[in-house]
Design a protein around this ligand. Sequence first.
Ligand SMILES: [Mg+2]
Length: 204
Amino acid sequence: MGFETVKCKVGARSVEEDVERVRAIREAVGPDPAIRLDANGGWSREQAERALDSLAAFGTEYVEQPLPAEDIAGHRELREYHGVPIALDESLAGKAIGEIEAISDAADVFVLKPMALGGVDRTIELGRRLEDVVVTTTIDTVIARTAAVHAAAALDVGRACGVATADLLAEDLAPDPSAVDNGAISVPQGPGLGVEPSWGVKRA
Ligand SMILES: [Mg+2]
């Protein structure tokens, strides 16, 4: 499908099983695509250290939220002592922009979800203050998903963003104005978000 980055959830099985899955993914996709992992806060410090040491061999782009959301110091230390970059996601929830800026040394990459951060404006404001971000959806329907596409484009994010999530829904609210084409999404150029309502609303 043209994607250059794939993402796999880890942390729900043993570290050894996760490492085997990542090894299998690397074998399947070949040497070039980036592999990023997301533990959703599921590891202890000991598990995270063991996992990061093993995962470095597979050219892992970053591991998202290896430790529970509140363990900011733990993420900071993992970042310092292991060869795999660290991203924060759940640790940003419920924090003000200034509070997130204050922990910007705890991770290499920050995962910005407009629906979790309080909207597109706050996402763009935060993204401008942080050095390295990705924008992702929260598996949203077309409206919030397209808003995330706009936020990612406005921030000119240098990494792959997690906005190709339409296929995870059984049905949607309106046609997708930013469908994936050969691994890329074009930003809709219509008014507003560029979503054409399919429920009979007429534009003035
Ligand atoms: Mg995540």
